[in-house]
Structures are given as structure tokens and as C-alpha cells.
Write a protein that binds this ligand. Sequence first.
Ligand code: HEM
Length: 167
Amino acid sequence: MSSPGTAPPAEVMSIASPINLILLSLFVVLVYMQFRPKAPVTLPKSPPPIVFRTFTPTTLLEFNGVDGKPVYLAVRGRVFDVTPGRNFYGPGGPYENFAGRDASRGLAHQSFDEEMLTKDLKGPLDDLKDLDAEQMENLQSWEERFLEKYLVVGKLVAEGDPEAPKS
Ligand code: HEM
């Protein structure tokens, strides 16, 4: 038995040796590292899935890039997501007339004038039958460029077409 004021017995001294104290603190640190609360794992956000849709000229209209909405346009029945080209087709862009519209005739004529756009959105699609060879060639090369650059997100059909989305 040790009395107050006297040194602890030798076996206690050997347990509390500096090397043991270092090992103990290392152990405590390791246990803490193992069990400390970890920040929740956040996975990078994946882009929204692309759903292939059928549009009519009326339902396509809203995809004009206004208020941050996507920008779509149609070329010969294919609907392209041209949102990456918002500078061209978005509000204030040089080709904004094409946004949310069938751009086929305008591309064929190399003109983004209003009169190139189908007036009657509820009527038949522009069949482009009056285009000459050069205009068809223009259209073809624009179409190829769009196919390389943009995603096809749907097809354009006339209102009343059996494939048209039910409103
Ligand atoms: C004053 C005449 C015009 C000028 C100076 C002009 C200029 C340009 C420029 C600099 C580009 C970007 C090219 C690139 O970086 O790939 C471009 C693209 C384009 N231009 Fe024009 N352009 C003109 C007329 C027209 C007209 C009349 C049309 C009508 C169809 C048109 C339709 C387009 C289209 C569809 C694109 C492709 C945009 C894209 O990549 O999505 N341009 N134009």
C-alpha cells in the first residue's frame, strides 16, 4: 500500500510510461477518426433524362427560351433542343424567330424573317414542296449541322394527327 505523498508502485509507473501514453493517445485519435460524424456524400447532379416527345406547332411554341425555358426548334419534323445555342435562338438572339417554331422554310431560304414561319399553327405542317434544289440543299446542310450539334428531343406533327398529344 502506498501512502499519500509517496511515489506510485512500480507496476503503475510502467503502465503509465510515456510510450504507453503516446500509444494510448494515438489509439484515441484513430478511434475518433473512425467514428467522427462524416459529411453526407452528395453525388453530382445528373442531367435530366431526355424524353422523346411528340409536339404540335402549338405545344412547341412555349419552348422559346423565355424565362430560362429550353429552346426547341423543328426542322423537317425533327425537334431539336437548341438550348446550348441560346445566344442564337434565345430572346434577343439573331435567330429568335425560330425558337419554338418550325424553322425548315427559313433555313431553306436563308432567312429568319417572320414570313418564313408557318402562320396557322393548327393547320397542316409546311410540306416544303415548292422549294427548289438549292433551297433543299441549304436545308439539308443546316439539318446535318443540327444533327451533329444538338439533341433530337421529339417529332413535330400537325394538330389533329393521330400521333398528336392529347390536349
Ligand atoms: C448578315 C448575315 C449573317 C451573319 C453575319 C451571320 C453570322 C453568323 C455567325 C457568326 C454564326 C456562328 C457560326 C458558328 O460559330 O458556328 C451564324 C450561325 C448561324 N446562322 Fe447566321 N449569319 C447571317 C445570316 C443568317 C441568315 C439569313 C440565317 C437564316 C437562316 C442564318 C442562320 C444561322 C444559323 C441557323 C446558324 C447556326 C447557329 C447554330 O449553330 O445553332 N444566318 N451566323
